[in-house]
Design a protein around this ligand. Structure first.
Ligand code: AMP
Ligand code: MG
Length: 322
């Protein structure tokens, strides 16, 4: 496994070309995206995709998100492309939104865990974009961590979690969004959110009209379009995670804190930003850091409960579930 730094110094075309060669030859490349780091394989190469499942110890029933360079490539791999997909792509791509659509036969069943649908996303991170531009195939990539663990938001987390499993790790600095993408199904009449993310219900409804919340409930209960991210215990640190407090809005100016060690009152803690975007960006880093101390408990102060915090609450609840 080799590592390359492709952060602030600009993107090295030779390194990107090398990464594309590895993927074309059936290898695995970990790469930065704005949500979390992904473990990528050529989405059209079934045995390369198999290696992702093995490396992560991921159950075969969990479909992978397919990353594409742009809308045109996305359309190639979906057999239906409703008007809402165009509107959503125009509003949120490149960015942290995955669209689930009926899949084309070119996408192997292995990628979608046998589902007739495929999750497609155009990431915005410049390294991810450069890599996708250099490949003449889409890249299947789940988060670059062991199944059920906390997703990596920088290259060091990938190394700790997956060690030598990746043939190459591209380093692109800390992930800006820090939470996994919003996953939105467009296969029924109304869009259904399958996984919450930092692109909120309200933002999606403003572009695509009312969401089907009944369908959402069904999906969360394990319906046809069940998502791996819906596993109740997911995104979990090794330590037990406790959410302290009522969840009432944090008064203006008060810091939201993630504590670790057995006694939060002892004052060992990581201060997280008080705004939802900042909090999301720092949350997994803080969980990785806290977990690295091998504590028995990690105590998170309950953040506010307004809509912009909904995805954060989703991840906290899953992380706290045993
Ligand atoms: P991750 O390991 O973070 O990449 O998680 C992959 C996510 O992709 C899951 O949470 C699913 O919601 C979503 N996903 C990918 N493909 C599909 C699909 N065909 N149908 C439903 N959800 C999908
Ligand atoms: Mg994951």
């Amino acid at each position: 496994m080799r590592r390359f730094l492709l952060g602030n110094e600009g993107i090295d075309g030779d390194v990107i070309a090398e990464a594309a060669r590895i993927l074309r030859a059936g290898g695995l490349v970990a790469f930065p995206t704005e949500t979390v780091y992904g473990l990528g394989a050529n989405a059209l190469d079934e045995s390369a995709v198999d290696r992702i499942y093995q490396a992560k110890n991921r159950p075969a029933a969990s479909p992978l998100i397919v990353h594409v360079a742009g809308v045109e490539q996305a359309r190639q791999f979906a057999v239906q492309w409703p008007a809402a997909a165009d509107a959503l792509a125009a509003a949120f791509w490149p960015g942290p939104l995955t669209l689930v659509l009926p899949k084309s036969a070119a996408i192997p069943d292995r990628v979608t865990a046998g589902l007739a649908t495929v999750g497609l996303r155009v990431p915005s991170h410049p390294v991810a974009r450069a890599l996708l531009e250099a490949c003449d195939f889409p890249i299947a990539a789940p988060s670059a961590n062991l199944f059920m663990g906390v997703s990596p938001t920088d290259a060091a987390h990938v190394r700790t979690s997956l060690g030598e499993a990746a043939d190459l790790i591209l380093e692109g600095g800390p992930s800006e969004v820090g939470l996994e993408s919003t996953v939105l199904s467009l296969v029924s009449e109304r869009p259904v959110i399958l996984r919450l993310g930092m692109i909120t219900r309200r933002q999606i409804e403003a572009v695509a009209g009312p969401l089907d919340r009944a369908g959402e409930h069904e999906a969360r209960e394990g319906g046809t379009h069940a998502s791996p991210g819906m596993h109740p215990r997911h995104y979990s640190p090794r330590a037990a995670l406790l959410i302290a407090g009522s969840g009432d809005p944090v008064p203006h100016g008060r810091v939201v804190r993630l504590w670790w060690k057995e006694e939060p009152a002892e004052g060992q803690g990581i201060q997280l930003p008080a705004d939802p975007a900042g909090y999301a960006r720092e949350l997994y880093r803080a969980l990785h850091l806290a977990d690295g101390c091998r504590p028995r408990y990690i105590v998170v102060e309950a953040p506010p409960t307004s809509e912009e915090w909904e995805a954060i609450w989703d991840r906290l609840r899953r992380a706290a579930s045993r």
